[in-house]
Design a protein around this ligand. Sequence first.
Ligand code: SF4
Length: 136
Amino acid sequence: MKENVLVSSCLIGLNTRYDKKSSKNIFDELNSKYNVIPFCPEQAAGLPTPRKPCEIKDGKVYNIDGVDLTEDFLYGANEALKLCKMYKIKKAFLKAKSPSCGKGKIYDGSFSGVLVDGNGIATRILQENGIEVISI
Ligand code: SF4
């Protein structure tokens, strides 16, 4: 039986991104080895698609208009964790640089394309709960 893995929905061709597009599609590559469980923390939080871009500043998430959406992002991240517990997921393939799914590098909150060290909110919550995050 294949191992269950969580995968950012936008990495399997679903148009869940803030701009209603998807990212690089890695479904075939992963599906040959794993049981792929797609999830988008931001949609799970009830945020619309398309939605305004968001970035993290001083640990909080703001959209480009300065609206604080930290609670929504935490909600989505905890829904991701709930799914991981339900399916006994120990590994997550998440989209790089996102304020939810990014790992290692994220945008700096100035909406000017500058990257800084840091993790998205969902990545942080999953890692804190022992789930390995692989950044794509
Ligand atoms: S929150 Fe994650 S899964 Fe959803 S669109 Fe952004 S990067 Fe993709």
